[in-house]
Design a protein around this ligand. Structure first.
Ligand code: GNR
Ligand code: NI
Length: 171
């Protein structure tokens, strides 16, 4: 297990579309475990492979409360089968946009189909924070960041702050 480096905006790799996984082998399972270790180490509730520089359609999520047992979910080639027409607005953050937060409106519930680490097809009905997090992670697979869902004004403010952080060597 290893902790990986999380890319931060602006970085062109965060804007690319990730390709599907075609082989689920031990090296892919190791990557999933490294992504989980990286996510937990950064106190995140989700992580997508492009955030660690791997342009593959893989995400990990764990929205369990900190005082409860871990409940990691590993998703390979996830697809949204259904999204509710009702929407919920939540404040989002992102490990690739450190210390930046904004309200984002998304479908309240989603049904996701994905392959697990054994290559089995699974379906999950998600609501609440889990639904938000899965959608946020799946956006990363298409090069979309939460700031792409907010006004151009707010996006500009946040991206300017991140450029300044990089200039100041704060990662
Ligand atoms: O750790 C994270 N918290 C979070 C809070 C609200 C909405 C989405 C998220 S995901 C984020 C981790 C991350 O950047 N995943 O891509
Ligand atoms: Ni993110």
């Amino acid at each position: 297990m290893a902790r990986l480096t999380i890319l931060t905006a602006p970085d062109p790799r965060l804007k690319e579309r990730a390709g599907p996984v075609d082989t689920i082998d031990q090296s892919l399972r190791d990557l999933l475990d490294d992504m989980l270790e990286t996510m937990y180490g950064a106190n995140g509730i989700g992580l997508a492979a492009p955030q660690v520089g791997v342009l593959k359609r893989i995400i990990v999520v764990d929205v369990s409360p900190k005082d409860e047992d871990r409940a990691p979910i590993r998703m390979i080639n996830p697809e949204i089968l259904r999204a509710s027409s009702d929407r919920a607005t939540r404040e989002e953050g992102c490990l690739s946009l450190p210390e930046q937060w904004a309200d984002v409106t998304r479908p309240t519930t989603v049904t996701v189909r994905y392959l697990d680490e054994a290559g089995e097809t699974r379906e999950l009905d998600a609501d609440g924070m889990l639904a938000t997090c899965i959608q946020h992670e799946m956006d990363h697979l298409d090069g979309t960041l939460f700031v792409d869902h907010v006004s151009a004004l707010k996006r500009g403010i946040i991206l300017r702050r991140l450029k300044k952080r990089k200039r100041n060597g704060e990662a």
